[in-house]
Design a protein around this ligand. Structure first.
Ligand code: 3PY
Ligand code: MG
Length: 252
């Protein structure tokens, strides 16, 4: 299956997504109908199991919004299972070293790039395909691999991490990053912003995509101006609450 997000990014289009937390197939559809480029199904902090993620992926496919999954860790089953049910990319939290990223690529990409486990799952139409070789090649090309830069160690090892073949880009987690520099939650602190700028610069130097999380549209707009390729803005449930609060408080 074509990865619409990857296609847009190859054409240098800037993209937006959001972290999913409302939790229903209808809510995933709503994000697609609204025109968001991708939805992040969050298995790190969210309550979803693989079966639920599979339902949300179906809804995303139906509405042409790219389903990414933030995996809960970088173990083989965590990565393999969400790709097998159809995730078009993974965001991998708390990465610290190049070796960890090499393992991620090994689990996420088929031979020769990696050693992703071979099985006839939903991702390969349950094996109802003309050519297995073609499927392996397409899957390797289409599956986005985005390690998160949100620790001091990751910042220190960033050049080596960006050098790993199979890494499409870096997803900055400003909140964990600020904590890692002993400034929890102070994401606009000049020291944290300088680190963010440096990570962005390194992504550009290595010709890899730079993604970041922003809590609101204004912050997201600032990141786009700096040159980020993609911003994941807020969580859908927060946007829902804000809109509803606005209505609840309307003059009457
Ligand atoms: C963080 O800010 O730590 C995140 O992981 C947000 O995506
Ligand atoms: Mg984080």
């Amino acid at each position: 299956m074509k990865n619409l997000l990857k296609e847009k990014m190859k054409q240098n289009k800037k993209t937006v997504g959001t972290f999913f937390s409302i939790g229903s197939s209808e809510a995933v559809e709503a994000l697609g109908i609204a025109g968001m480029d991708y939805v992040i199904l969050d298995k790190e902090h969210g309550p979803y199991g693989v079966e639920t993620v599979q339902q949300y992926i179906r809804a995303a496919e139906r509405r042409n919004i790219t389903p990414l999954v933030r995996v809960k860790d970088f173990s083989r089953p965590s990565i393999l299972k969400v790709l097998d049910v159809g995730a078009q990319g993974i965001i991998v939290p708390m990465i610290r070293t190049r070796q960890e990223v090499e393992r991620v690529v090994e689990y996420a990409k088929y031979y020769p790039m990696g050693r992703r486990g071979v099985a006839l799952t939903r991702a390969s139409d349950y094996g109802d395909i003309e050519s297995l070789e073609e499927y392996f090649r397409d899957a390797n090309q289409n599956t986005l691999v985005l390690p998160q830069c949100e620790t001091r160690e990751c910042v220190e090892n960033l050049d080596a991490i960006l050098d790993v073949e199979g890494v499409d880009g870096i997803f900055i987690g400003p909140y964990d990053l600020s904590q890692s520099y002993n400034k929890p939650g102070k994401t606009s602190d000049p020291e944290i912003q300088d680190i963010i700028d440096m990570v962005l610069e390194k992504c550009k130097k290595h010709r890899k995509y730079a993604f970041i999380f922003a809590p609101d549209k204004k912050t997201a707009s600032g990141y786009f101006k700096k040159g980020f390729d993609s911003v994941a803005v807020a969580m859908d449930i927060l946007l829902y609450i804000e809109t509803l609060r606005d209505i609840a408080n309307m003059p009457r």
